[in-house]
Design a protein around this ligand. Structure first.
Ligand SMILES: *[C@@H]1O[C@H](CO)[C@@H](O)[C@H](O)[C@H]1NC(C)=O
Ligand SMILES: *[C@@H]1O[C@H](CO)[C@@H](O)[C@H](O)[C@H]1NC(C)=O
Ligand SMILES: *[C@@H]1O[C@H](CO)[C@@H](O)[C@H](O)[C@H]1NC(C)=O
Ligand SMILES: [Zn+2]
Ligand SMILES: [Zn+2]
Length: 510
């Protein structure tokens, strides 16, 4: 019985692995780690396992089948918070009970002791950012963390203050792998567990240093959202089964909708009461999103005054392309940089100033020498500019052109005479004259021997070679040999990215 079940599970995991990097996930380990199965001796009978799967499905809002079906396995591989879901069902039931009856004690919580909820016994709390993630500036991290705390203080009786030094009630820190709070809390690299935190009054929230943290954009995980969630735990909140709750265990993007759901507010107010005097303040996701972008841009500019490399050299970018004058353009958030053929970088410049109506944090950009036009991709839309004016009929839906949403990379590829768009394990080919996908595409990315999935951008150098970028690395694809012929670190190895130090110095002298 048990053996058959394991076989089915691994078959499904394998089938999925084709589409994504393997999740390296054993369903029983997952159920133990997140509190659905006891961890004694790792021995569970079929009834226990089925009950655990049911509970997991309920909390994850999946059809409750008790089977390890593919939606369940897929859900287990989603990026999430590392805090156990144990007890959250009971806590939630209790919260709802209070709403309907006004009484604060239901039956005893079955799995936890009958001790009162873990909470802080003061209303004024201090926090500290102990260390910093790699690809964001300290200033923008500080603003995002402040906003994450404000989110909770704006709807509850709590007040927060940053304590840059000395003791603090709540400490936020970034760690890689095992970081001395138990092997089950060890971080697992990009994806999977993003962060975890402890219930009061330990006052610790830990974030996986290996994630690509961002404050805007589609690529990476939004640090503001994850911090807001983890702060919820440090205040005593457990996971919520409510679909749009911030305290849902699964990572959520910062979208247009409100960040806090009624359930999050109810939970924090049951512990700390309503805000003093004022009515609760909730800002729509859009407003916060705009604010985060603004901060990041201001930060980028203020950092740029320090002589040295452009800020994208030490981190990541959203998109890259090259124009007919062999000027390289690098895009990040609401800004872009130009690197002339001689290697001199200029920027950051505001994106909107050159391409009005273009949203920040684009996902792919390509200049096409065929029609001398700029193409930008973000979400479900495509923008096309002639110089700095938006062409009539744009932005246009990518689906109308047969292209995928949220592309990874776009570039004009002269051997085909068309635009190529990468997305995950596939690529599409767009005819720029008809603005339709060329027949027989999309095809598998494996046609591009040696090119990894999930690149941020690509461009063709004047010598005809294609360079593709992901995180800190690049891959050089030779169109004649039809394979990758070189790999390396783009900032250090490619002077035309504007990051090479010798060119930087000659620039400073000029
Ligand atoms: C709740 O806990 C108390 C003390 O631990 C116990 O006496 C009581 O029977 C419990 N009630 C329920 C409904 O389990
Ligand atoms: C919290 O409320 C203040 C005052 O109304 C507001 O300025 C701030 O933007 C709000 N912050 C968040 C994150 O909701
Ligand atoms: C390329 O250079 C020419 C001549 O210097 C200039 O007129 C043109 O605007 C440049 N093109 C772009 C896309 O910057
Ligand atoms: Zn959590
Ligand atoms: Zn930890």
């Amino acid at each position: 019985m048990r053996a058959a079940w394991i076989l089915t599970a691994s078959a499904l995991v394998c089938a999925r692995a084709a589409a994504r990097p393997p999740p390296a996930l054993d369903p029983e380990d997952f159920l133990e780690k997140y509190g659905y199965l006891h961890q004694d001796h790792h021995i569970h009978n079929a009834v226990e396992v089925q009950a655990a799967i049911r509970e997991f499905q309920w909390l994850s809002r999946l059809p409750v089948t008790g089977e390890l079906d593919s939606p369940t396995l897929r859900q287990m591989a989603e990026p999430r918070c590392g805090v156990s879901d144990e007890g959250s069902q009971q806590t939630w039931a209790q919260r709802v009970h209070v709403i309907f009856t006004g009484k604060s004690r239901l039956a005893n919580r079955s799995r936890r002791s009958a001790a009162p909820a873990e909470k802080w016994y003061k209303r004024h709390l201090t926090y500290q950012i102990v260390n910093w993630p790699q690809h964001l500036s300290p200033g923008s991290v500080r603003l995002a963390v402040r906003a994450a705390f404000q989110l909770w203080s704006n709807v509850s009786g709590l007040v927060f203050q940053e304590a840059p030094e000395g003791p603090a009630d709540i400490r936020l820190a970034f760690y890689e792998g095992d970081h001395n709070d138990g092997s089950s809390n060890a971080f697992d690299g990009p994806g999977g567990t993003l962060a975890h935190a402890f219930l009061p009054r330990r006052g610790e929230a830990h974030f996986d240093m290996a994630e690509r943290w961002t404050l805007n954009g589609h690529k990476g995980h939004n640090l503001f959202m994850v911090t807001a969630h983890e702060v919820g735990h440090t205040l005593g909140l457990e996971h919520s089964p409510v679909r749009h709750a911030l305290m849902s265990p699964y990572y959520r993007k910062l979208g247009r909708s409100l960040v806090l759901s009624w359930d999050d507010i109810m939970a924090v107010q049951q512990l700390y009461g309503k805000p003093l005097g004022d009515r609760p303040v909730r800002l729509p996701g859009q407003v916060l999103h705009a604010a985060l972008q603004e901060w990041e841009f201001t930060e980028l500019q203020s950092r740029e005054e320090i002589p040295g490399q452009p800020v994208y050299c030490r981190g990541v970018f959203d998109a890259i392309t090259i124009d007919q004058n062999d000027t390289v353009l690098v895009f990040r958030g609401g800004a872009y940089w130009t690197v002339s053929a001689g290697g001199g970088a200029v920027g950051p410049l505001p994106l909107r100033q050159r391409w009005p109506d273009l949203p920040p944090a684009i996902e792919a950009a390509a200049f096409s020498p065929l029609d001398s036009k700029w193409y930008f991709f973000k979400g479900k839309r495509v923008w096309r500019y002639t110089g700095d004016s938006l062409d009539p009929g744009f932005p246009r839906k990518s689906s109308e052109m047969g292209l995928p949403h949220h592309p990874d990379t776009a570039f004009y590829y002269s051997p085909l005479g068309h635009m190529v768009v990468f997305k995950g394990s596939r690529y599409s080919v767009l005819d720029l004259k008809t603005l339709r996908q060329v027949p027989y595409y999309p095809r598998r990315l494996t046609d591009w021997t040696g090119v990894p999935q999930g690149t941020n951008g690509a461009l063709t150098r004047p010598d005809g070679r294609l360079y593709l970028f992901r995180e800190q690395r690049f891959w050089r694809f030779d169109p004649v040999k039809v394979r990758v012929t070189r790999e390396g670190q783009w900032a250090g190895d490619l002077s035309w990215t504007g990051c090479s130090s010798s060119i930087r110095h000659s620039n400073t002298i000029l």
